[in-house]
Design a protein around this ligand. Structure first.
Ligand code: PEP
Ligand code: MG
Length: 754
């Protein structure tokens, strides 16, 4: 009898005949095990398939007792067969019975067989079964035999995919059932909770046909697909789209390296030459790479594994012509998108009514896609290592965007807990909603003006939904950040007009560009700075490159023609800077008047207060400004000399400390004395307890994220300001590191809803 190694092509041809032959799937499977046993001169050949995600069931055998079929079952990890599935790699043993994992199953009659070769049956990167050959004699299977059996196993996987043997997603609820719930920890990019069904942004390709009809045709298909793939990578690298900067660019470089690798191409071509289709050959080579890379101790190579998986999937998508993302597919009502990374435009392609959550393997919370997710109110968790590899299309997922946790196929008790939390949230949201038209007035009759922070058109919806008084901070840089080129003046005008139209008669405070530092824009690529937050950013760039500011002011004037314009400047450090910038405002206004164009009815010029130095010039500054807006994010990082992006320092200093609150009180008192309106627009005001504290030191205007308007208003309406002020007056001279605990206690003691 001929050994497998002598003719994989011939074996594949015979396999082809059996697979394409008559009879049901089970009969064909029996044909397959006979063929393999004969070819490998093995007394036994058996196929086990994974059912319900955790049990390997004997489906066909040549050599074991026929009565064991559908009876012998092993859990993943149990026995040698379970071991092959758990490790997703071949097991080659001359004396199987001496292996510690060996378990004896009397119904099979396998006690007489000594040697064992098991290989996993893989479909789209997942173990779906195990293919085994056994011999009576103590025999060592050769590498060629192992490889040939692996190839056969791939073909056998076809029988699982088409559902003829059993439903691959069988479980009581029709979704995948797993032995244990995979739980992943990531970073919260956008808060919130969601339960839904996983949808892979870039769908995984399931290879349907493994056996080639014409090897020449398959080789040509590979050549074309590789060309397309390389072209696609080049295009992605050439695109100035910001999502391809930084970390993502590194990945693309690795892709390019692999895509141009001759060794990779040769291996795939060799696999095709044995009789596989191009798709099957790509899958086979990827599977071999995977097995090899998983064994390596080199952490760099192991990290690259998901890159290679991704690249192979891309090549498969080129081969099958399935290039579209899932955005164009029929989405479930509660879609949880799973992606390696994506750009803001790609996210916006999805039907927002169906999108309930997003999981990204890479990414950063300051990435634009994260900004969009927050604007859309969709929970997003990033930096979730491994979720993309593990998630199956259609399986149930929990996205806990508060804790940064993802569960795949959660058990009922976990689901129950999350359903309860979501229910409680919805109830709470309804309560906030009910406050929409109620004023933010304390119990003792003091009104606090609540505004929202915005930066995208989508944010403007928050104005109507929350009933806020206006936009206290419009971050104009977002439009510049999501664009690859400097937005033209007409584009800026159109954008500002749309913002003002969305605001109706409510005021909008535009902040001029705060770019540079960590807010990079494509058209202003400067070399890396050691301290970007304290670097060449915001007004510093504007004063060095006044044309940028002038054009932006022109756009703002045009957009505000016939109504009041409120504009302010980021990162002003001293009065001279404010004067310099105000000069530009006046010059541009004069230019507009000279041209006889319609101007805004009034221009109110304000400043952000983000740099502590400015506090010591308030007496000279305040007579010059129409309003002040405190950017607590930056102000606190400079006040405490504490990088706001450094996770090691997150809890080191608290803005609710006596020192920081005394500073805020000093600013408010000065502004009050000069009758200058002052708003707090940093994130500080967005949490109810902190909002209470700043109201306690005299702040009467807060600009917060739209989702915070409800909770902050609820707090205000339950607050007796007089009692709070007495408490604050006694507290500011204390030497505690933070007064947060005392504020929480005050709220509890006085029935303030925080
Ligand atoms: C701030 O610093 O508080 C602020 C509002 O500006 P940004 O967060 O955009 O730096
Ligand atoms: Mg700032």
């Amino acid at each position: 009898m001929k050994s497998l190694s002598s003719g994989p092509r011939l074996l594949l041809k015979h396999l082809h005949d059996i697979m394409a032959g008559k009879g049901d799937a089970e009969a064909r499977l029996n044909g397959v095990v006979h063929l393999i046993a004969n070819n490998m001169v093995a007394e036994v050949c058996s196929v086990y398939f994974l059912r319900g995600g955790e049990v390997l069931e004997l489906f066909a055998t040549q050599g074991l007792k026929a009565s064991a079929v559908h009876k012998t079952r092993l859990r993943v990890g149990e026995g040698l067969v379970g071991q092959v599935a758990a490790q997703a790699s071949p097991l080659n043993l001359a004396d199987a019975q001496s292996h510690p994992k060996y378990v004896y199953r009397p119904e099979t009659g396998e006690e007489i067989y000594h040697s064992f070769l098991g290989v996993p049956i893989i479909r789209a990167g997942r173990v779906v079964g195990v293919l085994v050959v056994q011999n009576e004699t103590l025999r060592n299977y050769t590498d060629e035999e192992i490889e040939a059996l692996q190839t056969v196993a791939m073909v056998v996987a076809e029988l699982v995919g088409n559902g003829e043997l059993f439903d691959p997603l069988e479980s009581p609820e029709g979704t995948l059932e797993r032995a244990a719930t995979p739980r992943f920890e990531g970073t919260t990019f956008a808060e919130g909770l969601a339960i839904g069904l996983a949808v892979l942004h870039e769908p995984r390709v399931f290879v349907e046909h493994h056996l080639a009809d014409n090897i020449g045709v398959e080789l040509e298909r590979l050549t074309t697909a590789l060309q397309d793939l390389r072209q696609q990578i080049d295009q992605m690298m050439a695109a100035d789209d910001l999502r391809h900067q930084g970390e993502h660019r590194e990945i693309l470089t690795v892709y390019k390296m692999f895509a141009e690798d001759k060794g990779w191409r040769e291996k795939i071509s060799d696999a095709i030459a044995t009789g596989l289709t191009a798709e099957a050959a790509v899958e086979k080579v990827q599977w071999e790479n995977r097995t090899r890379m998983l064994k390596t101790a080199d952490p760099y190579l192991r990290e690259r594994l998901s890159d290679l998986d991704d690249l192979s999937n891309r090549l498969l998508r080129h081969l099958t012509g399935r290039l579209q993302t899932a955005a164009s597919a029929n989405l479930p009502e509660n879609t949880i998108l799973v992606a390696r990374s994506m750009g803001p435009a790609e996210l916006l392609d999805y039907d927002r009514t169906k999108l309930k959550g997003v999981i990204l393997q890479d990414g950063s919370p300051v990435a634009h896609v994260a900004i969009i997710a927050r604007a859309l109110g969709i929970p997003m968790i990033g930096k979730v290592e491994g979720a993309l590899q593990s998630a199956e299309d259609g399986e149930k997922v929990i996205v806990d965007g508060d804790e940064g946790i993802v569960y795949l196929s959660p058990p009922p008790e976990v689901l129950f807990t999350y359903h309860e939390s979501i229910g409680a949230r919805a109830e709470q949201l309804a309560k906030y909603q009910a406050l929409r038209d109620q004023p933010a007035v304390t119990k003792d009759g003091v009104e606090i003006d609540l505004f929202i922070n915005a930066g995208l058109s989508i944010d403007m919806e928050g104005l109507d939904q929350t009933g806020a008084k206006g936009v206290g901070l419009f971050r104009t840089e977002f439009q510049f950040m999501v664009s690859s080129t400097l937005p033209k003046i007409e584009e800026q005008v159109a954008f500002y007009k749309s913002v003002l139209a969305a605001a109706g008669d409510k005021p909008v405070v535009f902040r001029t560009l705060d770019v540079g530092g960590d807010k990079q824009v494509a058209f202003l690529q400067e070399e890396d700075e050691p301290n970007p937050a304290m670097g060449w950013r915001a007004i510093r760039i504007a004063l060095d490159r006044p044309a940028l500011l002038r054009y932006q002011l022109r756009a703002l004037y045009q957009a505000s023609a016939g109504r009041e314009l409120q504009v302010m400047f980021p990162m002003i450090s001293d009065v001279a800077e404010f004067k310099a910038v105000r000069e530009i405002v006046y010059k541009e206004k004069a230019r507009l008047e000279g041209l006889g164009k319609e101007a805004p009815t009034d221009i109110k010029v304000g400043t952000m207060l983000e740099v502590p130095a400015l506090i010591w010039q308030l007496d000279s500054l305040l007579p010059l400004v129409d309003f002040v807006s405190i950017g607590s994010n930056d102000l606190m990082q400079f006040f405490f000399a504490c990088d706001r992006e450094n996770p090691k320092l997150v809890d080191r200093y608290d803005p609710l400390s006596p020192s920081a609150l005394s500073m805020l009180k000093f600013i408010v008192d000065k502004c009050d004395a000069h009758h200058t309106p002052v708003t707090l627009c940093g994130e500080l005001g967005s949490k109810a307890v902190a909002a209470m504290a700043v109201i306690g030191v005299g702040m009467r205007r807060l600009s917060v994220t739209p989702a915070s308007v409800g909770p902050v208003k609820m707090m205000i309406r339950s607050l007796n300001l007089n009692e709070l002020q007495q408490f604050v007056n006694q507290s500011l001279s204390r030497t505690d590191k933070s007064l947060r605990g005392s504020f929480v206690a005050f709220a509890h003691d006085h029935g303030v809803k925080i």
